[in-house]
Design a protein around this ligand. Structure first.
Ligand code: FAD
Length: 365
């Protein structure tokens, strides 16, 4: 098999790494000059293991555990940071994970009810997750790239997939605007993988679109009036407002949890975002009122209508595979989704429903 993966975000790289380790030939095409220029390089990098979706819950825990175990002196993928949160839904998979996992680090994945003193002296009753952490997206992308490069892997930057041709329910050629100027043919054992992040919502003509919707979210860097924030500043997350805040060096990163449907390439910050953020911050965590906004940016989180990622063969085109829709959890899930999709890819196309693959694209048809 030869997998031609489009998109070098964390999703494309995680799949490339897993396939390459199984001796599958992989070519990764990326429209930009380097990996991680969009969601994978501009996210809040909070590792969150607590999930209400049963399948995502297990994947997130396994992936985050892998990150802790892959940390080295030279490369820190994740830094342990207590995550205090007010969840809206219960994680029913926590006990199952603790029972089946033998790794001693599993104890960090046990959530604890407690209370924490906030910087303004108030006390907040919340759930403490010692497994929480702040990831380093650059280090994770580098780690996955190196894993891929140990196999039969070719990375082609500055090359955008622009179109496809189809015959007998198969993609026969793909066209690009980069190195393969006039495009190239796909032979019998070649599969095209869409790992295109927000652009998966607007695939090339000929591919039936799935109900994927990019949602814009803004992140803000804040400076404390009292100098650098303490190195042990935890992550605070209120799910009812989706407001979260964490430490970033001497400053903080926060969001008011906005999620506005947007076009696949609309990464421009909205003019009203700052005002809305300041208002939300005053309500969610009043201690932030004295902090100064330093800068902000916008980024797209791409969700399927049912909120669950899409991993699996396309129901219409036999050699098309989807690996997209990772919403607000793609970084946390990174070390699990590659293996999951690699298994499906190697098994080949089949008739499937949500009982055989909860992430199947077939569920929408
Ligand atoms: C504001 C914000 C905060 C977030 N916070 C967190 C968090 O705290 N924790 C967490 O786990 N996750 C978080 N996420 C989610 C996470 O960032 C995403 O789920 C993840 O990065 C998605 O990765 P991806 O590879 O699917 O997409 P992307 O990173 O967008 O990668 C897709 C790639 O495909 C390329 N591409 C697209 N079309 C083409 C084409 N036609 N030809 C060639 N290349 C193409 C793009 O250039 C891009 O590099 C956050 C996201 C946002 C926006």
């Amino acid at each position: 098999m030869h997998a031609i993966i489009i998109g070098a975000g964390v999703a494309g790289l995680s799949l490339a790494a897993s396939l390459a380790s199984r001796s599958v030939r992989v070519t990764l095409l990326e429209q930009e000059s380097a990996p991680g220029m969009y969601a994978s390089g501009r996210n809040a990098a909070i590792a969150r293991s607590y999930e209400s979706d049963p399948y995502l819950s297990m994947m997130a825990k396994e992936s985050i555990l892998t990150m802790y175990n892959r940390n080295t002196m030279e490369r820190e993928l994740i830094r342990q940071t207590d995550l205090w949160m007010e969840p809206l839904e219960y994680d029913y998979q926590e006990d199952s994970f603790l029972e089946m996992q033998s790794d001693p680090l599993k104890e960090n994945f046990r959530s604890q009810s407690g209370s924490v003193d906030l910087p303004d002296g108030s006390t907040w009753k919340a759930l403490k997750l010692p497994s929480g952490g702040i990831m380093d997206p650059g280090a994770i992308l580098q780690d996955l790239s190196e894993m891929a490069r140990r196999g039969n892997f070719t990375f082609i930057p500055n090359t955008k997939l622009t179109g496809i041709t189809i015959s007998d329910n198969r993609i026969t050629t793909i066209s690009t605007d980069g190195k393969y100027d006039s495009g190239f043919s796909l032979s019998g054992d070649e599969v095209l993988v869409l790992a295109t992040g927000s652009w998966a919502a607007s695939p090339p003509a000929g591919i039936t679109a799935l109900p994927l919707i990019p949602h814009k979210r803004h992140l803000f860097v804040l400076r404390s009036p009292n100098g650098p924030v303490a190195p042990d500043f935890p992550i605070y997350w209120k799910e009812n407002s989706e407001f979260y805040v964490r430490r970033e060096g001497p400053q903080l990163i926060a969001t008011h949890g906005d999620q506005t449907p947007a076009a696949s390439d609309n990464y421009a910050p909205d003019s009203a975002a700052e005002e809305r953020f300041s208002e939300a911050a005053r309500h969610a965590f009043p201690f932030l009122a004295d902090f100064q906004l330093v800068r902000h940016w916008a980024c797209l989180r791409t969700f399927p209508l049912d909120g669950r990622p899409v991993m699996g063969y396309d129901p219409h085109l036999a050699n098309l595979f989807w690996h997209a829709g990772f919403g607000g959890r793609g970084m946390s899930l990174s070390y699990a989704i590659g293996d999951y999709s690699a298994d499906l890819l190697l098994a080949g196309p089949r008739l499937e429903d949500e009982t055989t693959n909860p992430f199947t694209p077939h569920r929408f048809f």
